[in-house]
Design a protein around this ligand. Sequence first.
Ligand SMILES: *[C@@H]1O[C@H](CO)[C@@H](O)[C@H](O)[C@H]1NC(C)=O
Ligand SMILES: *[C@@H]1O[C@H](CO)[C@@H](O)[C@H](O)[C@H]1NC(C)=O
Ligand SMILES: *[C@@H]1O[C@H](CO)[C@@H](O)[C@H](O)[C@H]1NC(C)=O
Ligand SMILES: *[C@@H]1O[C@H](CO)[C@@H](O)[C@H](O)[C@H]1NC(C)=O
Ligand SMILES: *[C@@H]1O[C@H](CO)[C@@H](O)[C@H](O)[C@H]1NC(C)=O
Ligand SMILES: *[C@@H]1O[C@H](CO)[C@@H](O)[C@H](O)[C@H]1NC(C)=O
Ligand SMILES: *[C@@H]1O[C@H](CO)[C@@H](O)[C@H](O)[C@H]1NC(C)=O
Length: 462
Amino acid sequence: MGVRRYWFYWEYHIILLSILSLHWKGRNCEEQTELVPVFKIEAPAEVTVQRGLCVIIPCNFIIGPDYTLTKDAIGIWYKGRESGIVAASTDSSQFPDTTNGCFIFTGKVSAGDCSFSISDAQPGDATHYQFRLVDEDSLKFSYLHIQPSVSVTGLKEPDISPNNDLTAGEEVTVTCTAPTHCPGLSPTFTWEGSVNTENTQNNTLRHQDGTVTYWSTITFTPSLSDHNSSLTCTVTYKHESAKTSITLNIEYLPILNITVPGGTGESSSLFLREGDSQEIYCKVNSNPTAKISWTKGKSPVENTKQNGHKLTLSLWNVAENDTDIYTCTAQNQRGINNHSISVSVEYAPRQPKISVYNLEGCLPVGNISVPDGSTLSLHCNANSNPQASFSWIQTDPLKQLSDNDVLNIQITHNIVCICQVENKYGLSNNSLIIIVTRRRSYRRTKLLKRCLKVMEMCFIII
Ligand SMILES: *[C@@H]1O[C@H](CO)[C@@H](O)[C@H](O)[C@H]1NC(C)=O
Ligand SMILES: *[C@@H]1O[C@H](CO)[C@@H](O)[C@H](O)[C@H]1NC(C)=O
Ligand SMILES: *[C@@H]1O[C@H](CO)[C@@H](O)[C@H](O)[C@H]1NC(C)=O
Ligand SMILES: *[C@@H]1O[C@H](CO)[C@@H](O)[C@H](O)[C@H]1NC(C)=O
Ligand SMILES: *[C@@H]1O[C@H](CO)[C@@H](O)[C@H](O)[C@H]1NC(C)=O
Ligand SMILES: *[C@@H]1O[C@H](CO)[C@@H](O)[C@H](O)[C@H]1NC(C)=O
Ligand SMILES: *[C@@H]1O[C@H](CO)[C@@H](O)[C@H](O)[C@H]1NC(C)=O
Protein backbone atom coordinates (compact mmCIF):
# COMPACT_ATOMS: atom_id res chain seq x y z
CA MET A 1 0.00 0.00 0.00
CA GLY A 2 2.96 2.30 0.69
CA VAL A 3 3.85 2.24 -2.97
CA ARG A 4 0.36 3.15 -3.99
CA ARG A 5 0.33 6.08 -1.58
CA TYR A 6 3.53 7.34 -3.05
CA TRP A 7 2.02 6.99 -6.47
CA PHE A 8 -0.88 9.05 -5.31
CA TYR A 9 1.25 12.05 -4.38
CA TRP A 10 3.38 11.76 -7.44
CA GLU A 11 0.53 11.79 -9.91
CA TYR A 12 -1.71 13.98 -7.81
CA HIS A 13 -2.29 16.65 -10.40
CA ILE A 14 -3.14 14.08 -13.05
CA ILE A 15 -5.63 12.46 -10.75
CA LEU A 16 -7.28 15.79 -10.23
CA LEU A 17 -7.66 16.10 -13.97
CA SER A 18 -9.09 12.64 -13.98
CA ILE A 19 -11.66 13.61 -11.38
CA LEU A 20 -12.64 16.66 -13.38
CA SER A 21 -13.09 14.45 -16.39
CA LEU A 22 -15.27 12.10 -14.34
CA HIS A 23 -17.50 14.97 -13.35
CA TRP A 24 -17.85 16.12 -16.93
CA LYS A 25 -18.93 12.72 -18.05
CA GLY A 26 -21.68 12.58 -15.52
CA ARG A 27 -23.18 9.41 -16.93
CA ASN A 28 -20.17 7.43 -15.93
CA CYS A 29 -20.12 9.04 -12.53
CA GLU A 30 -23.53 7.89 -11.52
CA GLU A 31 -22.20 4.50 -10.69
CA GLN A 32 -19.31 5.80 -8.63
CA THR A 33 -19.59 5.81 -4.91
CA GLU A 34 -19.10 9.35 -3.66
CA LEU A 35 -15.65 10.80 -4.19
CA VAL A 36 -13.00 8.38 -5.29
CA PRO A 37 -9.81 10.38 -5.76
CA VAL A 38 -7.34 7.52 -5.99
CA PHE A 39 -8.79 5.36 -8.75
CA LYS A 40 -6.04 5.44 -11.21
CA ILE A 41 -4.88 3.64 -14.33
CA GLU A 42 -1.48 3.45 -15.87
CA ALA A 43 -1.18 2.40 -19.49
CA PRO A 44 0.39 3.80 -22.63
CA ALA A 45 -1.77 6.50 -24.15
CA GLU A 46 -0.88 5.43 -27.66
CA VAL A 47 0.26 2.21 -29.23
CA THR A 48 0.77 1.26 -32.83
CA VAL A 49 0.49 -2.16 -34.31
CA GLN A 50 1.22 -3.38 -37.82
CA ARG A 51 -1.71 -4.73 -39.74
CA GLY A 52 -1.97 -8.47 -39.17
CA LEU A 53 0.42 -8.42 -36.26
CA CYS A 54 0.05 -8.12 -32.53
CA VAL A 55 0.62 -5.75 -29.67
CA ILE A 56 0.47 -6.05 -25.92
CA ILE A 57 -0.89 -3.06 -24.03
CA PRO A 58 0.56 -3.19 -20.50
CA CYS A 59 -1.78 -1.79 -17.92
CA ASN A 60 -2.13 -1.39 -14.17
CA PHE A 61 -4.83 0.17 -12.07
CA ILE A 62 -5.50 1.00 -8.47
CA ILE A 63 -8.69 1.49 -6.56
CA GLY A 64 -9.54 3.77 -3.70
CA PRO A 65 -8.18 2.93 -0.24
CA ASP A 66 -11.67 2.16 1.06
CA TYR A 67 -12.05 -0.71 -1.38
CA THR A 68 -10.53 -4.12 -1.75
CA LEU A 69 -10.48 -6.17 -4.89
CA THR A 70 -12.02 -9.58 -4.67
CA LYS A 71 -10.86 -12.49 -6.72
CA ASP A 72 -14.08 -12.22 -8.70
CA ALA A 73 -13.32 -8.72 -9.93
CA ILE A 74 -14.03 -8.46 -13.65
CA GLY A 75 -12.05 -6.34 -16.05
CA ILE A 76 -13.57 -5.18 -19.31
CA TRP A 77 -11.99 -3.37 -22.22
CA TYR A 78 -14.48 -1.45 -24.27
CA LYS A 79 -13.79 -0.55 -27.84
CA GLY A 80 -14.30 3.14 -28.53
CA ARG A 81 -15.15 5.81 -25.99
CA GLU A 82 -18.89 5.32 -25.90
CA SER A 83 -19.69 2.33 -28.08
CA GLY A 84 -20.31 -0.17 -25.34
CA ILE A 85 -18.72 -2.84 -27.55
CA VAL A 86 -16.70 -5.27 -25.50
CA ALA A 87 -13.29 -5.95 -26.96
CA ALA A 88 -12.10 -8.25 -24.21
CA SER A 89 -13.10 -9.15 -20.71
CA THR A 90 -12.09 -11.50 -18.01
CA ASP A 91 -15.58 -12.95 -17.93
CA SER A 92 -16.86 -13.69 -21.40
CA SER A 93 -20.06 -15.25 -20.09
CA GLN A 94 -21.16 -11.91 -18.66
CA PHE A 95 -19.37 -9.69 -21.17
CA PRO A 96 -19.03 -11.59 -24.43
CA ASP A 97 -16.47 -10.08 -26.75
CA THR A 98 -16.89 -9.37 -30.40
CA THR A 99 -13.39 -9.95 -31.72
CA ASN A 100 -13.12 -13.68 -32.35
CA GLY A 101 -10.38 -14.02 -29.84
CA CYS A 102 -8.11 -11.42 -31.42
CA PHE A 103 -8.31 -9.37 -28.21
CA ILE A 104 -7.25 -11.11 -25.08
CA PHE A 105 -7.39 -9.76 -21.57
CA THR A 106 -4.05 -10.99 -20.39
CA GLY A 107 -3.81 -9.27 -17.00
CA LYS A 108 -4.93 -10.62 -13.65
CA VAL A 109 -7.58 -8.19 -12.47
CA SER A 110 -7.43 -9.18 -8.82
CA ALA A 111 -3.77 -8.16 -8.90
CA GLY A 112 -4.50 -4.77 -10.46
CA ASP A 113 -3.29 -5.85 -13.87
CA CYS A 114 -5.44 -4.75 -16.78
CA SER A 115 -3.06 -5.64 -19.64
CA PHE A 116 -4.55 -6.83 -22.87
CA SER A 117 -3.28 -7.94 -26.25
CA ILE A 118 -4.41 -7.57 -29.81
CA SER A 119 -3.41 -10.05 -32.46
CA ASP A 120 -3.98 -10.07 -36.21
CA ALA A 121 -4.74 -6.37 -35.88
CA GLN A 122 -7.01 -4.91 -38.53
CA PRO A 123 -7.67 -1.30 -39.51
CA GLY A 124 -11.04 -1.46 -37.71
CA ASP A 125 -9.20 -1.98 -34.44
CA ALA A 126 -7.78 1.51 -34.54
CA THR A 127 -9.60 3.45 -31.84
CA HIS A 128 -9.50 4.26 -28.13
CA TYR A 129 -10.01 1.57 -25.54
CA GLN A 130 -11.61 2.11 -22.18
CA PHE A 131 -11.08 0.00 -19.09
CA ARG A 132 -13.89 -0.70 -16.70
CA LEU A 133 -13.70 -2.51 -13.43
CA VAL A 134 -16.69 -4.37 -12.02
CA ASP A 135 -16.29 -6.00 -8.62
CA GLU A 136 -19.42 -7.28 -6.97
CA ASP A 137 -22.18 -4.74 -6.71
CA SER A 138 -20.40 -2.12 -4.78
CA LEU A 139 -17.52 -1.30 -7.11
CA LYS A 140 -18.03 -0.27 -10.69
CA PHE A 141 -15.59 2.13 -12.17
CA SER A 142 -14.64 3.30 -15.65
CA TYR A 143 -11.09 4.54 -15.89
CA LEU A 144 -11.29 7.48 -18.23
CA HIS A 145 -8.06 9.20 -17.48
CA ILE A 146 -6.11 7.06 -19.91
CA GLN A 147 -7.92 5.42 -22.78
CA PRO A 148 -5.17 3.80 -24.85
CA SER A 149 -5.40 4.75 -28.47
CA VAL A 150 -4.43 1.99 -30.89
CA SER A 151 -3.36 2.87 -34.42
CA VAL A 152 -2.88 0.25 -37.09
CA THR A 153 -0.10 0.84 -39.58
CA GLY A 154 0.79 -0.95 -42.75
CA LEU A 155 2.91 -4.06 -42.53
CA LYS A 156 6.61 -3.26 -42.32
CA GLU A 157 8.95 -4.79 -44.83
CA PRO A 158 11.43 -7.31 -43.54
CA ASP A 159 15.08 -6.32 -43.16
CA ILE A 160 17.71 -7.95 -45.33
CA SER A 161 21.39 -7.80 -44.50
CA PRO A 162 24.03 -7.62 -45.74
CA ASN A 163 22.85 -6.18 -49.01
CA ASN A 164 26.10 -5.14 -50.62
CA ASP A 165 29.75 -5.96 -51.08
CA LEU A 166 29.24 -9.57 -52.03
CA THR A 167 32.13 -11.16 -53.88
CA ALA A 168 31.73 -13.45 -56.85
CA GLY A 169 32.69 -16.99 -55.88
CA GLU A 170 32.62 -16.36 -52.14
CA GLU A 171 29.90 -17.99 -50.09
CA VAL A 172 27.70 -15.55 -48.21
CA THR A 173 24.83 -15.81 -45.76
CA VAL A 174 22.07 -13.24 -45.99
CA THR A 175 19.56 -12.74 -43.21
CA CYS A 176 15.93 -11.65 -43.50
CA THR A 177 14.35 -10.54 -40.25
CA ALA A 178 10.60 -10.19 -39.81
CA PRO A 179 9.71 -6.91 -38.10
CA THR A 180 7.49 -8.51 -35.49
CA HIS A 181 7.86 -9.94 -32.04
CA CYS A 182 4.48 -11.63 -31.71
CA PRO A 183 4.70 -14.98 -30.00
CA GLY A 184 2.87 -17.77 -31.75
CA LEU A 185 2.82 -15.98 -35.05
CA SER A 186 5.42 -18.10 -36.90
CA PRO A 187 5.64 -16.29 -40.19
CA THR A 188 6.87 -18.23 -43.19
CA PHE A 189 9.79 -17.00 -45.23
CA THR A 190 10.18 -17.34 -48.97
CA TRP A 191 13.34 -16.46 -50.89
CA GLU A 192 13.37 -15.67 -54.58
CA GLY A 193 16.23 -14.69 -56.84
CA SER A 194 18.65 -15.78 -59.50
CA VAL A 195 20.99 -17.24 -56.89
CA ASN A 196 20.54 -20.73 -55.51
CA THR A 197 17.69 -20.40 -53.00
CA GLU A 198 17.75 -23.96 -51.72
CA ASN A 199 20.00 -23.49 -48.74
CA THR A 200 17.78 -21.64 -46.26
CA GLN A 201 17.21 -21.88 -42.56
CA ASN A 202 14.30 -20.60 -40.49
CA ASN A 203 15.01 -19.37 -36.98
CA THR A 204 13.02 -18.33 -33.94
CA LEU A 205 14.40 -16.73 -30.80
CA ARG A 206 12.22 -16.37 -27.71
CA HIS A 207 13.25 -13.44 -25.53
CA GLN A 208 12.85 -13.25 -21.76
CA ASP A 209 10.04 -10.73 -22.03
CA GLY A 210 7.99 -13.22 -24.03
CA THR A 211 8.56 -11.53 -27.36
CA VAL A 212 9.95 -13.51 -30.26
CA THR A 213 12.27 -12.69 -33.13
CA TYR A 214 11.78 -14.56 -36.39
CA TRP A 215 14.37 -14.65 -39.13
CA SER A 216 15.50 -16.72 -42.04
CA THR A 217 18.96 -17.11 -43.52
CA ILE A 218 19.99 -18.03 -47.02
CA THR A 219 23.46 -19.21 -47.92
CA PHE A 220 24.70 -19.07 -51.48
CA THR A 221 27.77 -18.47 -53.59
CA PRO A 222 27.07 -15.61 -55.96
CA SER A 223 28.45 -15.74 -59.44
CA LEU A 224 29.32 -12.91 -61.76
CA SER A 225 26.05 -13.22 -63.60
CA ASP A 226 24.15 -12.58 -60.38
CA HIS A 227 25.43 -9.03 -60.29
CA ASN A 228 22.58 -6.54 -60.38
CA SER A 229 20.01 -9.32 -59.97
CA SER A 230 17.47 -9.10 -57.19
CA LEU A 231 17.00 -11.22 -54.12
CA THR A 232 13.59 -11.10 -52.48
CA CYS A 233 12.52 -12.20 -49.03
CA THR A 234 8.79 -12.52 -48.47
CA VAL A 235 7.40 -12.86 -44.97
CA THR A 236 3.90 -14.27 -44.82
CA TYR A 237 1.81 -13.97 -41.68
CA LYS A 238 -1.70 -15.31 -41.19
CA HIS A 239 -3.47 -13.01 -43.62
CA GLU A 240 -0.80 -10.61 -44.71
CA SER A 241 2.56 -10.68 -46.35
CA ALA A 242 5.37 -8.21 -46.90
CA LYS A 243 8.53 -8.46 -48.90
CA THR A 244 11.84 -6.75 -49.41
CA SER A 245 14.04 -6.98 -52.46
CA ILE A 246 17.66 -6.10 -52.65
CA THR A 247 19.78 -5.70 -55.74
CA LEU A 248 22.86 -7.81 -55.38
CA ASN A 249 26.07 -5.88 -55.78
CA ILE A 250 28.57 -8.58 -56.61
CA GLU A 251 32.17 -7.47 -56.78
CA TYR A 252 34.66 -9.28 -58.95
CA LEU A 253 38.12 -9.21 -60.43
CA PRO A 254 38.28 -7.23 -63.68
CA ILE A 255 37.65 -9.31 -66.80
CA LEU A 256 39.51 -8.07 -69.86
CA ASN A 257 38.80 -8.45 -73.52
CA ILE A 258 41.21 -7.13 -76.14
CA THR A 259 39.61 -6.47 -79.49
CA VAL A 260 40.37 -4.54 -82.64
CA PRO A 261 37.92 -2.46 -84.67
CA GLY A 262 36.08 -4.70 -87.07
CA GLY A 263 37.59 -7.82 -85.56
CA THR A 264 35.53 -10.78 -84.52
CA GLY A 265 36.05 -11.76 -80.94
CA GLU A 266 39.05 -11.51 -78.75
CA SER A 267 42.51 -10.82 -80.24
CA SER A 268 45.77 -12.09 -78.86
CA SER A 269 47.98 -11.35 -81.84
CA LEU A 270 47.98 -8.77 -84.56
CA PHE A 271 50.01 -8.49 -87.76
CA LEU A 272 50.46 -5.02 -89.19
CA ARG A 273 52.17 -3.74 -92.28
CA GLU A 274 54.85 -1.11 -91.77
CA GLY A 275 53.19 2.30 -92.00
CA ASP A 276 49.76 1.06 -90.94
CA SER A 277 47.78 2.73 -88.17
CA GLN A 278 45.74 0.64 -85.78
CA GLU A 279 43.60 1.04 -82.69
CA ILE A 280 43.46 -1.70 -80.09
CA TYR A 281 40.66 -1.78 -77.53
CA CYS A 282 40.87 -3.10 -74.03
CA LYS A 283 37.35 -3.57 -72.72
CA VAL A 284 37.08 -4.18 -69.01
CA ASN A 285 34.14 -5.70 -67.20
CA SER A 286 34.52 -5.09 -63.50
CA ASN A 287 32.77 -4.19 -60.30
CA PRO A 288 33.80 -1.90 -58.77
CA THR A 289 35.20 0.15 -61.65
CA ALA A 290 38.78 -0.68 -62.50
CA LYS A 291 41.76 1.48 -63.31
CA ILE A 292 42.99 0.47 -66.76
CA SER A 293 46.39 0.95 -68.39
CA TRP A 294 48.40 -0.23 -71.41
CA THR A 295 52.06 -1.19 -71.37
CA LYS A 296 54.41 -1.92 -74.26
CA GLY A 297 56.72 -4.63 -72.99
CA LYS A 298 57.32 -3.25 -69.51
CA SER A 299 56.96 0.45 -70.34
CA PRO A 300 53.73 2.38 -69.87
CA VAL A 301 52.08 3.64 -73.04
CA GLU A 302 51.03 7.28 -72.98
CA ASN A 303 49.01 7.41 -76.16
CA THR A 304 45.74 5.96 -74.84
CA LYS A 305 42.19 7.17 -74.69
CA GLN A 306 39.62 6.11 -72.12
CA ASN A 307 35.96 5.82 -72.98
CA GLY A 308 33.94 4.30 -70.19
CA HIS A 309 35.14 0.77 -69.59
CA LYS A 310 37.29 0.81 -72.74
CA LEU A 311 40.87 1.99 -73.00
CA THR A 312 42.06 2.45 -76.59
CA LEU A 313 45.67 2.09 -77.59
CA SER A 314 46.49 3.90 -80.85
CA LEU A 315 49.40 2.82 -82.99
CA TRP A 316 50.12 5.36 -85.73
CA ASN A 317 52.28 4.76 -88.79
CA VAL A 318 53.85 1.70 -87.25
CA ALA A 319 57.53 0.93 -87.63
CA GLU A 320 59.65 -2.13 -86.99
CA ASN A 321 60.26 -1.07 -83.40
CA ASP A 322 56.49 -1.10 -82.65
CA THR A 323 56.63 -4.89 -82.74
CA ASP A 324 56.13 -5.91 -79.10
CA ILE A 325 53.83 -7.48 -76.54
CA TYR A 326 51.22 -4.95 -75.45
CA THR A 327 49.55 -5.66 -72.11
CA CYS A 328 46.37 -4.18 -70.78
CA THR A 329 46.12 -4.21 -67.00
CA ALA A 330 43.00 -3.51 -64.95
CA GLN A 331 42.86 -3.19 -61.21
CA ASN A 332 40.03 -2.74 -58.76
CA GLN A 333 39.51 -3.48 -55.05
CA ARG A 334 39.09 -7.18 -55.86
CA GLY A 335 42.49 -7.48 -57.53
CA ILE A 336 44.51 -7.03 -60.66
CA ASN A 337 44.25 -8.80 -63.98
CA ASN A 338 45.93 -8.45 -67.38
CA HIS A 339 45.67 -9.58 -70.98
CA SER A 340 48.23 -9.22 -73.72
CA ILE A 341 48.29 -8.91 -77.46
CA SER A 342 51.40 -9.47 -79.52
CA VAL A 343 51.80 -6.95 -82.29
CA SER A 344 54.06 -7.82 -85.19
CA VAL A 345 54.95 -5.12 -87.71
CA GLU A 346 55.78 -6.70 -91.05
CA TYR A 347 57.83 -5.34 -93.92
CA ALA A 348 59.70 -6.37 -97.01
CA PRO A 349 63.34 -7.41 -96.49
CA ARG A 350 65.75 -4.58 -95.93
CA GLN A 351 68.79 -4.34 -98.18
CA PRO A 352 70.96 -7.37 -97.31
CA LYS A 353 74.41 -7.04 -95.85
CA ILE A 354 77.05 -9.37 -97.16
CA SER A 355 79.96 -10.61 -95.02
CA VAL A 356 82.81 -12.54 -96.50
CA TYR A 357 84.98 -15.07 -94.71
CA ASN A 358 88.05 -16.87 -95.90
CA LEU A 359 89.96 -19.48 -93.96
CA GLU A 360 91.61 -16.80 -91.85
CA GLY A 361 88.43 -14.98 -90.91
CA CYS A 362 86.28 -12.07 -91.86
CA LEU A 363 87.29 -9.86 -94.78
CA PRO A 364 86.64 -6.09 -94.88
CA VAL A 365 83.16 -5.05 -95.97
CA GLY A 366 82.77 -4.27 -99.63
CA ASN A 367 83.75 -5.65 -102.96
CA ILE A 368 86.91 -7.66 -102.78
CA SER A 369 89.75 -9.08 -104.71
CA VAL A 370 91.12 -12.45 -103.74
CA PRO A 371 93.76 -14.76 -105.11
CA ASP A 372 92.64 -17.26 -107.63
CA GLY A 373 91.47 -20.45 -106.03
CA SER A 374 90.50 -18.86 -102.74
CA THR A 375 87.74 -20.57 -100.88
CA LEU A 376 85.26 -18.07 -99.54
CA SER A 377 82.16 -18.23 -97.41
CA LEU A 378 79.62 -15.51 -98.23
CA HIS A 379 77.00 -14.74 -95.58
CA CYS A 380 73.94 -12.75 -96.43
CA ASN A 381 71.93 -11.06 -93.71
CA ALA A 382 68.80 -8.96 -94.02
CA ASN A 383 66.16 -7.80 -91.53
CA SER A 384 62.71 -8.82 -92.56
CA ASN A 385 59.34 -9.70 -91.08
CA PRO A 386 58.16 -12.29 -91.68
CA GLN A 387 61.35 -14.31 -92.12
CA ALA A 388 62.65 -14.07 -95.68
CA SER A 389 64.02 -16.72 -97.96
CA PHE A 390 67.58 -16.26 -99.23
CA SER A 391 69.29 -17.24 -102.42
CA TRP A 392 72.61 -16.55 -104.06
CA ILE A 393 72.81 -16.12 -107.78
CA GLN A 394 75.48 -15.19 -110.20
CA THR A 395 75.03 -13.17 -113.33
CA ASP A 396 76.52 -13.88 -116.65
CA PRO A 397 75.61 -16.60 -116.99
CA LEU A 398 72.60 -16.33 -114.66
CA LYS A 399 72.70 -19.25 -112.29
CA GLN A 400 71.59 -20.04 -108.75
CA LEU A 401 74.52 -20.78 -106.49
CA SER A 402 72.79 -21.40 -103.17
CA ASP A 403 69.29 -21.56 -101.80
CA ASN A 404 70.13 -20.26 -98.37
CA ASP A 405 71.91 -17.35 -96.76
CA VAL A 406 75.38 -18.91 -96.95
CA LEU A 407 77.36 -19.49 -100.10
CA ASN A 408 80.62 -21.43 -100.02
CA ILE A 409 82.49 -20.88 -103.19
CA GLN A 410 85.92 -21.38 -104.67
CA ILE A 411 86.93 -18.39 -106.74
CA THR A 412 88.51 -19.16 -110.07
CA HIS A 413 87.41 -16.14 -112.05
CA ASN A 414 85.86 -12.72 -111.57
CA ILE A 415 82.32 -13.10 -110.43
CA VAL A 416 79.30 -11.08 -109.35
CA CYS A 417 77.40 -12.81 -106.57
CA ILE A 418 73.98 -11.51 -105.77
CA CYS A 419 72.18 -12.25 -102.56
CA GLN A 420 68.47 -12.08 -103.06
CA VAL A 421 66.11 -11.91 -100.12
CA GLU A 422 62.37 -12.30 -100.41
CA ASN A 423 59.24 -12.45 -98.28
CA LYS A 424 55.59 -11.90 -99.08
CA TYR A 425 56.00 -8.13 -99.08
CA GLY A 426 58.83 -8.00 -101.61
CA LEU A 427 62.35 -8.67 -102.54
CA SER A 428 65.67 -7.03 -102.00
CA ASN A 429 69.19 -7.72 -103.15
CA ASN A 430 72.80 -6.80 -102.80
CA SER A 431 75.74 -7.84 -104.89
CA LEU A 432 79.33 -8.61 -104.29
CA ILE A 433 81.96 -8.27 -106.97
CA ILE A 434 84.90 -10.61 -106.52
CA ILE A 435 87.99 -9.91 -108.55
CA VAL A 436 90.56 -12.62 -108.89
CA THR A 437 94.13 -11.49 -108.49
CA ARG A 438 96.54 -13.54 -110.53
CA ARG A 439 99.74 -14.08 -108.63
CA ARG A 440 103.04 -13.34 -110.25
CA SER A 441 103.96 -16.94 -109.50
CA TYR A 442 100.96 -18.07 -111.39
CA ARG A 443 102.89 -20.18 -113.77
CA ARG A 444 104.88 -21.76 -110.98
CA THR A 445 101.73 -22.60 -109.17
CA LYS A 446 100.36 -24.19 -112.23
CA LEU A 447 103.45 -26.24 -112.56
CA LEU A 448 103.34 -27.19 -108.95
CA LYS A 449 99.77 -28.29 -109.36
CA ARG A 450 100.64 -30.33 -112.32
CA CYS A 451 103.54 -31.82 -110.43
CA LEU A 452 101.30 -32.65 -107.53
CA LYS A 453 98.97 -34.38 -109.89
CA VAL A 454 101.88 -36.37 -111.27
CA MET A 455 102.91 -37.21 -107.71
CA GLU A 456 99.44 -38.31 -106.91
CA MET A 457 99.60 -40.59 -109.91
CA CYS A 458 102.95 -41.84 -108.72
CA PHE A 459 101.51 -42.60 -105.33
CA ILE A 460 98.66 -44.44 -106.90
CA ILE A 461 101.10 -46.48 -109.01
CA ILE A 462 103.13 -47.24 -105.92
C1 LIG B 1 11.76 -22.33 -44.07
O1 LIG B 1 10.42 -22.02 -44.28
C2 LIG B 1 9.98 -22.07 -45.62
C3 LIG B 1 8.56 -21.65 -45.68
O2 LIG B 1 8.02 -21.61 -44.46
C4 LIG B 1 10.16 -23.46 -46.18
O3 LIG B 1 9.80 -23.49 -47.54
C5 LIG B 1 11.60 -23.85 -46.04
O4 LIG B 1 11.78 -25.17 -46.46
C6 LIG B 1 12.04 -23.72 -44.58
N1 LIG B 1 13.46 -24.01 -44.51
C7 LIG B 1 13.96 -24.89 -43.68
C8 LIG B 1 15.43 -25.12 -43.73
O5 LIG B 1 13.25 -25.48 -42.92
C1 LIG C 1 21.88 -2.82 -63.34
O1 LIG C 1 20.53 -2.73 -63.67
C2 LIG C 1 20.09 -1.42 -63.95
C3 LIG C 1 18.61 -1.44 -64.18
O2 LIG C 1 18.15 -2.71 -64.41
C4 LIG C 1 20.83 -0.89 -65.16
O3 LIG C 1 20.45 0.43 -65.41
C5 LIG C 1 22.31 -0.94 -64.88
O4 LIG C 1 23.03 -0.55 -66.02
C6 LIG C 1 22.72 -2.33 -64.48
N1 LIG C 1 24.12 -2.30 -64.11
C7 LIG C 1 24.98 -3.25 -64.48
C8 LIG C 1 26.38 -3.08 -64.04
O5 LIG C 1 24.64 -4.20 -65.16
C1 LIG D 1 35.26 -10.13 -76.32
O1 LIG D 1 34.52 -9.21 -77.11
C2 LIG D 1 34.04 -9.76 -78.32
C3 LIG D 1 33.44 -8.64 -79.14
O2 LIG D 1 32.72 -7.78 -78.35
C4 LIG D 1 33.05 -10.87 -78.02
O3 LIG D 1 32.62 -11.44 -79.21
C5 LIG D 1 33.76 -11.91 -77.18
O4 LIG D 1 32.85 -12.90 -76.79
C6 LIG D 1 34.36 -11.30 -75.94
N1 LIG D 1 35.13 -12.31 -75.27
C7 LIG D 1 35.01 -12.50 -73.97
C8 LIG D 1 35.87 -13.55 -73.37
O5 LIG D 1 34.25 -11.84 -73.29
C1 LIG E 1 61.06 3.59 -83.88
O1 LIG E 1 61.39 3.77 -85.25
C2 LIG E 1 60.99 5.03 -85.75
C3 LIG E 1 61.28 5.05 -87.25
O2 LIG E 1 62.02 3.98 -87.65
C4 LIG E 1 61.75 6.12 -85.02
O3 LIG E 1 61.37 7.38 -85.52
C5 LIG E 1 61.45 6.01 -83.54
O4 LIG E 1 62.22 6.93 -82.82
C6 LIG E 1 61.73 4.64 -83.03
N1 LIG E 1 61.26 4.58 -81.71
C7 LIG E 1 61.97 4.02 -80.76
C8 LIG E 1 61.30 4.00 -79.42
O5 LIG E 1 63.07 3.57 -80.91
C1 LIG F 1 50.16 -10.27 -66.04
O1 LIG F 1 49.71 -11.13 -65.01
C2 LIG F 1 50.61 -12.18 -64.72
C3 LIG F 1 49.97 -13.10 -63.73
O2 LIG F 1 48.96 -12.51 -63.08
C4 LIG F 1 51.92 -11.62 -64.19
O3 LIG F 1 52.81 -12.65 -63.93
C5 LIG F 1 52.49 -10.70 -65.25
O4 LIG F 1 53.65 -10.09 -64.75
C6 LIG F 1 51.48 -9.64 -65.63
N1 LIG F 1 52.02 -8.91 -66.76
C7 LIG F 1 52.17 -7.61 -66.73
C8 LIG F 1 52.76 -6.99 -67.94
O5 LIG F 1 51.83 -6.94 -65.78
C1 LIG G 1 80.08 -3.83 -104.99
O1 LIG G 1 80.03 -2.80 -105.97
C2 LIG G 1 78.74 -2.60 -106.53
C3 LIG G 1 78.91 -1.62 -107.67
O2 LIG G 1 79.78 -0.62 -107.32
C4 LIG G 1 77.78 -2.12 -105.46
O3 LIG G 1 76.47 -1.96 -105.98
C5 LIG G 1 77.72 -3.15 -104.37
O4 LIG G 1 76.89 -2.73 -103.31
C6 LIG G 1 79.12 -3.49 -103.83
N1 LIG G 1 79.01 -4.60 -102.94
C7 LIG G 1 79.40 -4.54 -101.67
C8 LIG G 1 79.23 -5.78 -100.84
O5 LIG G 1 79.88 -3.54 -101.18
C1 LIG H 1 68.04 -6.09 -107.37
O1 LIG H 1 67.17 -5.07 -106.85
C2 LIG H 1 66.96 -4.02 -107.74
C3 LIG H 1 66.11 -2.98 -107.04
O2 LIG H 1 66.52 -2.83 -105.75
C4 LIG H 1 66.30 -4.51 -108.99
O3 LIG H 1 66.16 -3.45 -109.89
C5 LIG H 1 67.11 -5.59 -109.57
O4 LIG H 1 66.44 -6.16 -110.68
C6 LIG H 1 67.41 -6.66 -108.59
N1 LIG H 1 68.29 -7.66 -109.20
C7 LIG H 1 68.02 -8.94 -109.19
C8 LIG H 1 69.01 -9.81 -109.89
O5 LIG H 1 67.03 -9.41 -108.68
